[in-house]
Design a protein around this ligand. Structure first.
Ligand code: ADP
Ligand code: MG
Length: 583
């Protein structure tokens, strides 16, 4: 498979540029042939002593014109190949982007982020060479030997035939190498994606790795993978270099054979000086286009491997557009289960009720499945079993846009974008007025601080390093308030921030819960004491539910967790008091 029809169909625009590129290269070849004939004619004339001044002038002029034509054509051909690859790059990236939009926020259930990034960045770059260089060269290198044969055969049929017959040896060697290369390249890409995957995963989980001090172990693991990747890359490069050497042998060997034939014909008196000169000068041109094709070939093969990845992404089944529109925001979960990998169930047979107003808490130790439930509620985890109903609708049948209008998820580290406070707020509601924005900021106690700064125009640096963690989270909550949905899910949104900010936000949430549904997910039980209902999870199971006092009385999972946390805080408090005493 040297030409991928689907790829070409995908970028119909590039066909035109590829055609022009081939035409320009043919013109350039013609100019070259003319130059050689004129030179041959001159030399023959010089040898025979028959050249006159006028011949010399005409020949020089002709050669100059041909030379200029050759230069212009070569330059234009390069421009056309740039145009061909440019449109391909744009079309492919656009298609990948559209596909991701169609897959929606649950895309990661079907394809890993690392794979998407690699397909749309490196994958597309490599296809650029496929369209810009490989494809035009493919057709040109088929045409060039035919034209040269037609030109040289009348001069010396034997020489032309020998040259012509040697040409197919180059593609033959390419095909042989390809057989070997295909397996190697598949391995290469596999390792590449694997490395990318673990790199991204380790980056995303860096905080966790640091906390558990397992970053050193991961470091070594990644070094091992990188070393493996280096070795396979070297193998690919060696293979490419070897195959280029083979092609060089064929190209120059073939040309030499043609030249020997021409000289013998000359010695036998069958052809003249001009004929001999032209054959000698043009024999390499039989092979050079294919030789160049061969050097593009490996990059093109990389592009093909990349295109398979891109097609895999583009061919992922899309969920049919969900049409459900939410009318009633009471949520009821019944025997809800979820698995990320279809092997380990991380949420098991969970039943919960989350009324349209009020303060619902989900607690439990890290890894018990809280965030997974948040993902189901917010439409990211859609392949659940059991039922998760909002009003009379199953959550995974709700129209995505409609779901986002009704449910706002605020995570542990909300993403604050580079730009002004205003820009970050308007993201949630583009039509929000100045007064609405200030009201939201006042609710999270950020208004006073911002007034001492630059107001709504206060600039946040990338990821907002110039705001404290608490201030960033306050801003994120203000943004969520502007979004004005009926349901808010706060997933550990107050972890890792200062106590004052945490208390402010909690107070606000209780206020909001009077006419909104607030779901607070937290591993810190002190945050949920006043909740209307608390669901206690452990290891994927729902263990208990009720209000704080009821749960304490049960003296089971919640009570144990509570006691453990209280002891820990007393202990920490003690340390603080002791140090305070020392001062
Ligand atoms: N994207 C994911 N892919 C695979 N496993 C995951 C993913 N996210 C979470 N898990 C696993 O699912 C389990 C529950 O995780 P999670 O819901 O995040 O717990 P919690 O929020 O309670 O800490 C954990 O064992 C975790 O390792
Ligand atoms: Mg979590």
């Amino acid at each position: 498979m040297m030409i991928n029809k689907r790829l070409i169909r995908m970028a119909p625009d590039s066909k035109k540029h590829i055609g022009r590129n081939i035409l320009l290269q043919m013109l350039s070849l013609t100019a070259n042939i003319v130059i050689m004939f004129v030179l041959g004619f001159l030399i023959q004339g010089l040898v025979a002593g028959t050249v006159q001044n006028r011949d010399f002038m005409v020949a020089t002029l002709l050669m100059l014109v041909a030379l200029v034509l050759k230069i212009v054509c070569t330059r234009k051909a390069i421009y056309q190949s740039y145009m061909a690859s440019k449109s391909v790059k744009r079309i492919l990236r656009e298609k990948i982007y559209q596909k991701l939009l169609k897959l929606g926020s649950s895309y990661s259930e079907k394809v890993s982020t690392a794979e998407v990034v690699q397909a749309s960045v490196e994958g597309v770059e490599q296809l650029e060479i496929y369209f810009g260089s490989y494809l035009p060269q493919f057709f040109y290198s088929l045409l060039a030997p035919v034209v040269l044969f037609a030109v040289l055969a009348p001069i010396s049929f034997v020489s032309a035939l020998v040259l012509f017959l040697c040409v197919p040896l180059i593609p033959l060697s390419i095909i042989l190498v390809q057989k070997f290369a295909k397996r190697l390249l598949a391995k290469y890409w596999g390792q590449y994606v694997k490395l990318g995957n673990s790199f991204l995963e380790n980056l995303q989980g860096l905080t966790t790795l640091k906390i558990y001090q397992s970053d050193e172990y991961k470091h070594q693991e990644m070094n091992k993978e990188a070393e493996h990747f280096r070795r396979i890359t070297m193998k690919v490069l060696t293979m490419q270099l070897n195959s280029i050497t083979i092609m060089d042998w064929i190209a120059y060997g073939g040309a030499a054979l043609g030249i020997i034939m021409a000289v013998r014909e000359f010695a036998a008196g069958h052809i003249g000086v001009m004929g001999c000169f032209v054959i000698i000068m043009l024999s390499a041109d039989f092979f050079l286009p294919l030789r160049l094709l061969g050097s593009f070939f490996h990059v093109a093969m990389n592009g093909m491997a990349a295109s398979e990845k891109i097609f895999r992404l583009l061919d992922l089944p899309e969920d049919e557009v969900q049409s459900g529109i939410i009318e009633d925001t009471n949520i009821v979960l019944r025997n809800l289960s979820y698995s990320y990998d279809n092997q380990r169930t991380v949420v098991r047979q969970v039943s919960m009720e989350i009324p349209a107003t009020g303060f619902t808490a989900i607690v439990g130790e890290s890894g018990c499945g809280k965030s997974t439930i948040a993902g189901i509620l917010s439409g990211e985890n859609r392949q659940y079993t059991g039922s998760a109903q909002i009003g009379s609708l199953e959550l995974n049948s709700v129209n995505q846009t409609n779901l986002k209008e009704n449910i706002t998820l605020i995570g542990i580290r909300s993403y604050i974008f580079k730009g002004t406070v205003r820009e970050n707020l308007l993201m949630a509601r583009p039509e929000a007025t100045e007064a609405e924005m200030w009201a939201a900021l006042a609710k999270v106690n950020l208004a006073d601080f911002l007034k001492t700064e630059n107001g709504l125009e206060t600039v946040l640096t990338e990821k907002g390093e110039n705001f404290s963690g608490g201030q960033k989270q306050r801003l994120a909550v203000a943004r969520a308030l502007l979004h004005d949905s009926q349901i808010y899910i706060f997933d550990e949104a107050t972890s890792n921030i200062d106590v004052e900010s945490e208390n402010d936000i909690l107070q606000l949430l209780h206020e909001l819960a009077k006419d909104k549904s607030i779901v607070l997910i937290s591993h810190r039980l002190a945050n949920v004491v006043k909740a209307d209902r608390i669901y206690v999870m452990a290891n994927g199971d729902l263990k208990e539910s009720g209000r704080h006092e009821d749960l304490l009385q049960k003296q089971a999972v919640y009570a144990n967790l509570w006691n453990a946390q209280m002891n820990l805080e007393k202990y920490r408090g003690g340390i603080i008091h002791e140090t305070a005493d020392c001062n």
